[in-house]
Design a protein around this ligand. Sequence first.
Ligand code: F6R
Length: 265
Amino acid sequence: MQVIVRPTREAACNLAAAIIEDQIRERPDSVLGLATGRTMEELYAKLADKHQRNGLDFSLVRTYNLDEYIGIPPEHPGSYRYYMNKNLFEKINIDLRNTHLPLGMSRDVAKECRDYETSIRRNGGIDLQLLGIGATGHIGFNEPLSALKSRTREKPLTPITIQQNRDLFPNPDEMPRCAITMGVGTILEAKRILLLATGAEKADILAKAVEGPITAMISATAIQLHERCSVIIDTAAATKLKELEYYDWIYQNESEWAPYHRRGL
Ligand code: F6R
């Protein structure tokens, strides 16, 4: 794992956007695993900007989102399909047929989950999986006690997560209690993981995820098992980490990051 601390939220988003840009330029038909939430809004704005100003081409890119609420249609303003269309897909030249989210209105949720996994596999697996981290330490909607080998499935949301996200609904009481989410095991199969977290409210849980013991009580600790995982955070989210100097030394000295330094990142 690499932990990269950037001075501001904007700088953290710039680095994450540059990594995704490089992935797409290197492999134009990349399969991206995407996340939603407040943290990703700025990142998606930067990717849209790279398309509009620098011609970053999404025409062959394929995407799979981590999760979707159960029981609301895609056109509902609280749905993750709506979020993705609004924040990213409508602003870039992606073919909507290549964008995938679980169907929260599916009448057979178990089948929907199996089909989602099959579809990811048929597309060759996820090249780069973007993750945020929730207040409970969830990645996707893998709430505490999610098996570290779990697959895409239905998951009830914790009261803490409902509290975290309810204001994103036009009518907060309409927030669903359950979601379909990729499992921790599904996420760990991605070839590369990029976790982005910003803001002081993430500091405690982030320190547990990065420096604490691996436990099913905090799904994000599972990223420690991944062989190619970059955690990109701002200074506000980094305050509870113990080994900051070491992380910075790695960022400054590992050759992988030299091209990013040259771009002022
Ligand atoms: C949503 C998702 C969640 C969020 C997490 C952080 O698709 O995967 O794990 O990344 O809840 O959300 P924000 O960014 O709103 O703090």
